[in-house]
Design a protein around this ligand. Structure first.
Ligand code: SF4
Ligand code: SF4
Length: 391
């Protein structure tokens, strides 16, 4: 009998809804600490000819954020751009036509196919668990639930209708080859993910509105993405605190949509990922700021930047963020070195089968991964000489 979410990730009485202002970025902002993308330091690195920090490299990763920035969606600007809580007016149920109706499993099939067409790696469905919704947004306004017809945001609060009790979790891809150049300004994968998220989530939200239902598309805003993605059956959380999917490892970013369209819940993803992380501590060993814990999962976080009270591994988001500022770029070493960061292919599928079914071999796979040298950083001076590698 597969275990339920609460059996794998129990919470204790310390757990409460997370305040979006307490992310490491939010805390650094409040403390008046500069962003890691400081222009003066960028110029210094470019002039000093540091590999992976050339003008070309900075322009490449910077431009990957274009769709997110220019659409005013950002990494998850609540109720902004493609993450608008109101219809964008692209689709509409014509006057005199009834809204779509069908059984939840048919709705899930349709939404999954449409979302994948718009660019998702995978799509999962779950019932809304309010404990993952932020208590307050980045703007400080409380996020509340009310018996209202449509979602809205005013000067005092952000209101999610009680009837929006279904959540669609969406993963979009990040590329393995480019990730191998982390930690440099050459790695555009996170930014590209942030540009894909609003395109997929915004398009899918408009699709749902075109069927006659409400849709609240979100990036990093409004709710914690990782537990929702797990409840929607997309994967499990690894030692580095990122979602690990069976198909693409941690090489995904997550968007989500709250809706009143009744959807059939997805089954939990197969277990085996947590058990693998229990014997593999590669990311903990190689994290330059030692922000990733060793040993078993706990209920204790490092600071208010963690949503503690859930049984999992907590990444020290503050020291991680300090390191980003030190190197002048996002780090992502934990993504690069993770044993689940692999291009798709038959041999890796075979290993995953053993991880799911024969866990006592996990130590062997940890050992062989290191022996083969997976996850080693590539030379940034070589990137532009090579043809683009597709996953
Ligand atoms: S991003 Fe870098 S510093 Fe942060 S946890 Fe991962 S490896 Fe450590
Ligand atoms: S590197 Fe190893 S321990 Fe860390 S998340 Fe990946 S599989 Fe788990």
């Amino acid at each position: 009998m597969p275990r339920k979410f609460d059996e794998i990730y129990p919470t204790n009485d310390k757990h409460q809804r997370f305040d979006n202002r307490n992310t490491a970025f939010g805390r650094a902002r409040r403390a008046g600490v500069s962003e890691y993308g400081n222009l003066e330091k960028k110029a210094e690195r470019i002039k000093n000819n540091i590999p992976g920090f050339s003008l070309v490299d900075y322009a490449f990763s910077g431009a990957a954020l274009t769709a997110a920035q220019a659409s005013h969606s950002g990494r998850g600007e609540q109720n902004s751009g493609f993450y608008s809580w109101s219809p964008l007016g692209v689709t509409k149920v014509p006057d005199g036509v009834e809204k779509w109706s069908g059984p939840p499993d048919e709705a899930s099939t349709i939404v999954r196919k449409a979302g994948k067409y718009y660019g998702a790696c995978d799509i999962g469905f779950t019932f809304l668990d309010k404990k993952w919704v932020y208590s307050n947004g980045n703007d400080g306004k409380p996020i509340v639930f009310e018996e209202v017809e449509a979602p809205y945001v005013n000067d005092e609060k952000s209101v999610i209708p009680e009837k929006c009790k279904y959540v669609i979790a969406i993963t979009v891809p990040m590329e393995v080859d480019e990730m191998m150049y982390a930690p440099t300004a050459l790695n555009p994968t996170s930014s590209m993910g942030y540009s894909r998220m609003p395109v997929v989530a915004g398009s899918l939200a408009e699709f749902i509105r075109g069927l006659g239902y409400k849709a609240i598309p979100c990036g990093n805003d409004t709710a914690l993405s990782v537990p929702i993605a797990i409840q929607a059956g997309l994967g499990h959380v690894g030692r580095h605190g990122r979602l690990i999917t069976w198909s693409d490892g941690p090489m995904v970013r997550i968007a989500k949509i709250f809706t009143d369209l009744p959807l059939a819940q997805s089954p939990m993803a197969d277990e085996g990922i947590i058990e693998f992380c229990e014997v593999c501590e590669k990311c903990a060993k190689l994290c330059p700021s030692q922000s990733i814990p060793y040993g078993p999962r706990t209920y204790e976080g490092f600071s208010e930047a963690n949503n503690e009270g859930v049984l999992k591994w907590y990444c020290n988001a503050d020291t991680c963020n300090d390191y980003w500022r030190e190197i002048g770029s996002g780090c992502s070493i934990c993504f690069r070195v993770c044993n689940f960061t692999k291009e798709r292919g038959a041999s890796h599928e075979a290993v995953k089968w053993f991880i799911k079914n024969v866990p006592f071999l996990n130590k062997f796979f940890v050992w062989s991964d290191e022996l083969i040298g997976y996850g080693e950083m590539k030379d940034p001076r070589e990137y532009w000489k090579k043809p683009l590698k597709s996953n």
